[in-house]
Design a binder for this molecule. Structure first.
Ligand code: ANZ
Ligand code: ZN
Length: 863
């Protein structure tokens, strides 16, 4: 056995071993409970970052642990391989998106393999391959046939000079990323998936997602945005038409003093037509066309509008209400019209102030009189009704229903529910995506491609356009087709591609049998493996990706493809990997290797100005505070890198990168390594202790208890919210105690108990640091691989009868906690405390001035 721990000598060896033995290959085995662990698959950008390392390490610990616990584990990996960065990179490097993507996949796969993740690589998927996207084209056609995929006019960002549609990411402050010209909203026919058909179910079943973080289900609910209220119809003066509004506050109807229509509302043009206001209205509409008025952006915009020249009538008061077109009214929400109540809605208040419109107070808190003239903001809290005819005096909650019922009886309105969620627009005027399998024929209209002609292949060698637009519309061989229905030779293929969220909405189902050629999925595999038991990924995907995946699973269910509705049983959203930013007054953010340490502190390499360290921020290219995983692997190896990520913070919390932290992880693995070489001769050929705890005494008994306690603790910490950091601390304590066994070698059963403890330690570490564990297990010698071993079992009778937590302070500050047997003596507690890396850090080699020990409670070290 090598005296020193040298990860470079062992890691690639075990990676080769796992690969050769197919250690993580998953096959259906109905005799075992299954467990499907999945991390969100990466976009093949070319290089993994520390966020990936953390995400995948967390998943790997769970996968390896579950396998040791006897589960049949599925743990796949693949690539979310379509998307715009491939197009951009291809233009700037003069390569092709396909070539770029495939070579990135190869490079990243090498990196992932170096980290020793237990993936079943035989199930690898790349979504840009036609054997994958073929099936979403197939499902698209099924959805089209049922009316679940339909066409509707919708906005796109359009740049006139570049003559191209821009993705949202290509619009910077309303300007084109390439030429800097103002971007216009252009109307185009696009494909939509009718997710609103499932909206109530998607909302209701949030309640059953008990394995998801509360904050994520809340985000899902908010995004769906259900509102309960009423629709009310307003007559228009001198017109047979009516304006219908959606309101959540029918109780405020007596206070409605004007009306706001969305600029796109058809009545805007017809009401102003031929009036003095017509010209102003047109100017306003032109201006609005350049604003990004997505519902998520609307609150940021300055509210503005224009009078259409028409009036409608408040059905309660008979009052004339001027009708405006206003930018804050959205065509896609409710009915596209807002009854404005400036005294009780802040947007209406602002708008009324700007255009000098009347306010009427209709809701008032008890014991207070609001003055419409002098109020400084809208009053939005509950109260009772005033100025409201027969409803005056009523509690406003009761009035909501009372007024809605009154309107219904009069035929002026209805109770109504509205959702903020819109149908999912999936057309992209991009190249690097799955073609939409539809054909436009002059005589037949829109016709699906024949099923037997699928996949509609994306031409992988198309020349990209300088302006960043899609080359597909200009490719005759792609575009010109025969109509599948009537044979018309002049039909044209749809040249849009699908939103890449479509691929990520079902990859987890495809993993169950990724190369199935007989259908989109193989039912037996899906019934066995789905749902995903544990899904792990970034909170940035907490809304769209998860909602679309939940929806798509239901579409597949409705199509009879799968038996489940919810794809992800448990969800873990890991925190970010953060690091301090470094700034030079001259050169702004600096990379860490652009800093030189001097006596007066760190300075900039380029200009020698003093460097200031800033806030902890998520690692990113722009902040230059990233750490390259390859460098960590070169310097420390995979196990140390993994251990650091797991030990530095619980998975859900942000992790602060620290060089000391990774050094600490490295030191710990060295200690683990040395403990075996130290006791090797003693335990070699001995059996692991299996007698009773009462046959032991003194330190040996203490160690046996500790080992059993550690098995229990580590298992519980993993099971209970994946507390990997405290689990690892527990193993560290066991290792420390093993070092204290020196001199006890002659005690009865010492070799057997030490062996038991070292074996347990190795097995407990296996999910976290699999390479070193394999290597150590090979020394302990039963000839098997740790990856195939069962999780150790503790002995109930050997658990420390009474265990207490001793708080460790350095200079009066809390620095650590030790789980100790009741009544441990000062010497043992002190020794263990001094081994604790957290405590060690604060003692920092200084001599101990004083040690105060309060039995079973506290150890304070003064330095
Ligand atoms: C009158 C009123 C009085 C309103 C009041 C609110 C407060 P949520 O809760 O988000 O669903 N609204 C309706 N359609 C709209 C559209 N297309 N664009 C912009 N705003 C619209 O919001 C519902 C409220 O948003 C509705 O209730 C309506 O204003 C406005 F004291 O009606 B309310
Ligand atoms: Zn035709």
């Amino acid at each position: 056995m090598d005296k020193n721990y040298r990860p470079e000598m062992i890691e690639s060896k075990w990676q080769g071993f796992w690969e050769e033995k197919s250690s993580f290959k998953s096959v259906i085995d109905k005799t075992k409970p299954k467990y499907y662990v999945l991390e969100m698959f990466p976009y093949p950008s070319g290089k993994i970052h520390m966020g990936h390392v953390r995400n995948y390490t967390i998943g790997d610990v769970i996968a390896r642990y579950k396998k040791m616990k006897g589960f049949n584990v599925l743990h796949p990996m693949g690539w979310d391989a379509f998307g715009m960065p491939a197009e951009n990179a291809a233009i700037s490097n003069n390569t092709h998106p396909a070539a770029w993507t495939y070579s990135n996949i190869e490079a990243m796969k090498v990196q992932l393999k170096r980290l020793g993740f237990s993936y079943d690589w035989q199930k690898e998927i790349a979504t840009c391959k036609s054997d994958y996207y073929k099936w979403e084209q197939w499902l698209f056609i099924k959805m089209f046939e049922k009316g679940m995929a339909y066409r509707k006019e919708s906005h796109v960002n359009w740049c006139d000079p570049c003559q191209t549609v821009l993705a949202n990411e290509q619009v910077e402050d309303g300007e084109c990323w390439r030429c800097g010209n103002q971007v216009r909203q252009k109307r185009l026919d696009q494909w939509f998936f009718r997710i609103t058909d499932h909206v109530e179910e998607l909302l209701q079943e949030c309640d059953n997602l008990t394995g998801w973080p509360e904050k994520v289900t809340t985000m899902q609910r908010n995004w769906i945005g259900k509102s309960v209220g009423a629709r009310i119809r307003f007559a228009i003066e001198e017109s047979p038409e009516t304006i219908e509004v959606f309101t959540t506050r029918p109780d405020t109807l007596f206070g409605a003093t004007f009306m706001c229509l969305a600029p796109e509302h058809p009545l805007v043009l017809s009401l102003s037509s031929g009036k003095e206001t017509e010209a102003d209205v047109k100017v306003f509409l032109e201006k609005i066309a350049t604003q990004d008025r997505s519902s998520r952006n609307i609150d940021m915009l300055e509210k503005e509008g224009v009078f259409t020249g028409a009036y409608c009538i408040n059905p309660m008061t008979g009052r004339k209400m001027p009708v405006f077109a206003a930018n804050f009214a959205l065509m896609e929400y409710g009915t596209g019209a807002v009854m404005s109540v400036p005294a009780h809605d802040q947007r209406d208040f602002d708008f009324a102030l700007k255009y000098n419109l009347e306010r009427i107070v209709v809701i008032q808190p008890k014991g207070e009189t609001l003055d419409a003239e002098t109020m400084k903001a809208a009053y939005t809290a509950p109260g009772f009704l005033v100025n409201s005819g027969d409803f005056t005096g009523m509690d406003n909650k009761d009035a909501q229903d009372a007024i809605a019922t009154y309107l219904k009886d009069k035929g002026l309105g209805d109770k109504a529910v509205t959702y903020r969620l819109r149908d999912w627009g999936i057309s992209r005027q991009r190249y690097w995506g799955s073609p939409i399998p539809m054909i436009h024929c002059d005589s037949c209209g829109i016709v699906p491609e024949k099923i037997e002609n699928l996949p509609v292949l994306l031409p992988e060698d198309a020349q990209l356009l300088e302006n960043g637009g899609s080359p597909l519309p200009a490719l005759d061989f792609f575009k010109k087709v025969q109509c599948p229905k009537c044979g018309n030779p002049d039909a044209v293929r749809d040249t849009d591609t699908m939103d890449t969220f479509v691929e990520s909405s079902w990859y987890f189902i495809r993993y169950c049998n990724p190369f199935c050629t007989t259908g989109m999925i193989d039912r037996e595999s899906v019934d066995y493996w789905m749902p995903v038991d544990q899904y792990i990924g970034g909170v940035e995907h907490a809304i769209l990706h998860l909602l679309y995946s939940r929806y798509f699973t239901r579409v597949m269910r409705d199509e009879g493809l799968v038996g489940i509705s919810e794809p992800f049983d448990k969800l873990l959203t890991q925190g970010m990997v953060c690091r301090e930013t470094m700034t030079c007054p001259e050169h702004k953010f600096l990379y860490y290797d652009e800093i030189v340490q001097t006596e007066s502190g760190p300075v900039c390499k380029m200009c020698s100005s003093p460097v200031t360290s800033g806030r902890l921020e998520k690692m990113s290219k722009s902040k230059k505070n990233g750490v390259d995983p390859d460098k960590m692997l070169d310097k420390y190896g995979a196990d140390t890198t993994r251990l650091f990520c797991l030990f530095a913070a619980p998975p859900e919390r942000d992790l602060e990168w620290s060089d000391q932290g990774i050094e600490g992880a490295d030191r710990f693995l060295n200690r683990v390594w040395r403990i075996i070489s130290r006791y090797y001769d003693l335990i070699n050929g001995k059996k692991s202790y299996s007698g009773s705890v009462d046959a032991l005494s003194g330190k040996v008994q203490e160690l046996f208890r500790k080992a059993n306690f550690t098995i229990k603790k580590v298992g519980e910490d993993i099971e209970n919210r994946y507390q990997f950091n405290t689990a690892i601390s527990a193993v560290m304590e066991l290792v420390n105690l093993l070092y204290l066994m020196e001199g006890e070698e002659e005690a009865p059963f010492a070799p057997e108990v030490i062996r038991f403890s070292i074996e347990s330690m190795t097995l407990l570490l296996a999910p976290f640091v699999p390479h070193i564990s394999e290597e150590l297990w090979a020394f302990l010698g039963d000839g098997s691989s740790v990856s195939a071993k069962a999780w150790p079992v503790y002995r109930e009778d050997a658990l420390v009868a009474d265990e207490v937590t001793v708080v460790v302070q350095v200079n009066g500050k809390l620095r650590g906690k030790l789980n100790m047997p009741l009544d441990s003596d000062e010497e043992t507690v002190k020794k263990l405390a001094l081994e604790d890396p957290q405590v060690e850090k604060f003692i920092d080699g200084k001599p101990l001035k004083k040690v105060i020990y309060v039995k079973n409670k506290l150890l304070n070290i003064v330095v």
